[in-house]
Ligand binder design. Sequence first.
Ligand code: FES
Length: 143
Amino acid sequence: MYSDKVMDHFNNPRNVGEIENPSGVGTVGNAKCGDIMRMYFDIDEQGVIRDVKFKTFGCGAAIATSSMATELVKGKTVQEALTVTNQAVMEALDGLPPVKVHCSLLAEEAIHAALWDYAEKNHIVIEGLKKPVDDIAEKEEAE
Ligand code: FES
């Protein structure tokens, strides 16, 4: 049911942990299952993501997608990081079962939340980035 890549990233997740004094940090949750993902970015003066770490309290698919998402954004500029959508993460993992597609959304939302935090701290605008709804209660209302 899961691809080899999903199993690999679930069993050996890359970039697990925290970054002290991150350039940006984002925490998102899925109101339905209660799973939570936090992503930390270390971004250099040129706007390149030089390091990224994550912590996910969630299902196996959420762990595998956050692991793959960190691999995909590392080395990219903040603008390029926006191309790491849940679709891109799923493709990189050779797909997810349909019932697990929503888990991959957490990874995209966590990237956006961390980028938003970075943009706010540095008073910059990242073109195409929308303010994330990172409050789980707010999100439930919006649904
Ligand atoms: Fe909650 Fe997968 S079941 S993120």
